[in-house]
Design a protein around this ligand. Structure first.
Ligand code: ATR
Length: 264
């Protein structure tokens, strides 16, 4: 039986096993997908297990998407350009790191029917997933990308990868067409982003990377002010689907049952 893992710390919240095991069963694949809380000092063992084919693939989540890189043999173009890996597999004896968050965000956003070509994008946060979001919106030809993060130096660091990035001070809300919450604010239902969106007008897109809870206060506020809102569920499903396809060579079905499966 093949074995797959999602690793992170914390990891309890991860819904990846539910999704992957559903698709594994549906496609009659002899495999299992589990979650595992890991410490960085356990990476060497983990990699050895992939080389020995005891583990056939891993997904990586917070806080390891960058930290895993030195342990890998090769990065895909997307993983290398974002310095972020969420999917690992063995290919001809080499351990490959890939990034499916980009395609997840791209499809998740496209499903909202928002065309972001020539649009201004404001990204809140500068954590693990932000380089993938920047990469995706650049690919979709956004005209301007502004990042705002509480710790400004982390936003400035992203300019090393994306030199044309603009930075806004945390607390300022510059004009935008699409705002993406990529902070962890909202994971707890009571969390509130301390930003004033009341002057930005209506009909913008508020996109939250968080999908559990379904509607964060960020989305609630966006909606109340007359904007369109979307949570991160489709992004999550499509990043998982891209990883599944890499590992199993099958494109898994995405339908209402899948979407309901993740309703908590
Ligand atoms: P990491 O930063 O380890 O990659 P993450 O979950 O990917 O972890 O990122 C958390 C993001 O949420 C960061 O951008 C963080 O801002 P800092 O870089 O200043 O820590 C942001 N964040 C978390 N709590 C926040 C809060 N109360 N106010 C503003 N930003 C917050």
């Amino acid at each position: 039986m093949k074995k797959y893992l999602v690793i992170g710390n914390p990891i309890e919240h991860s819904l990846s096993p539910i999704l992957h095991n559903y698709w594994i069963k549906e496609n009659e694949i002899n495999a299992i997908y589990e979650k595992k809380k890991l410490e960085e000092h356990e990476f060497d063992d983990l990699i050895l297990n992939i080389k020995n084919k005891k583990i056939d693939g891993i997904n990586i989540t917070v806080p390891f998407k960058k930290k895993i890189i030195p342990y890998l043999d090769k990065l895909s173009d997307e993983a290398s350009k974002t310095q972020s890996v969420n999917t690992v597999y063995l290919d001809k004896g080499k351990i490959i790191g890939h990034n499916t968050d980009i395609i997840g965000f791209e499809i998740g956003l496209k499903k909202t029917n928002h065309n972001i070509k020539d649009k201004k994008i404001l990204i809140l946060g500068a954590g693990g997933v932000v380089s993938s979001i920047i990469y995706a919106v650049k690919k979709m030809k956004a005209s301007e990308i502004i990042v705002s993060n509480r710790t400004q130096s982390k936003a400035e660091n992203l300019k090393k990868i994306f030199s044309d990035l603009k930075i806004a001070k945390w607390g300022e809300v510059p004009d935008f067409d699409v705002v993406v919450n990529a902070t962890s604010i909202g994971l707890n239902v009571k969390d509130i982003i301390d930003l004033d969106f009341s002057k930005i007008g209506k009909n913008k897109l508020f996109f939250d990377v968080i999908y559990n809870p379904k509607e964060t206060n960020f989305l609630k506020i966006g909606k109340k002010l007359g904007n369109i809102t979307e949570n991160g569920k489709l992004m999550f499903i499509y990043q998982a689907s891209a990883a599944f396809e890499i590992w199993h060579g099958v494109k898994p079905k995405i339908n209402d049952d899948i979407i309901k499966l993740l309703d908590l």
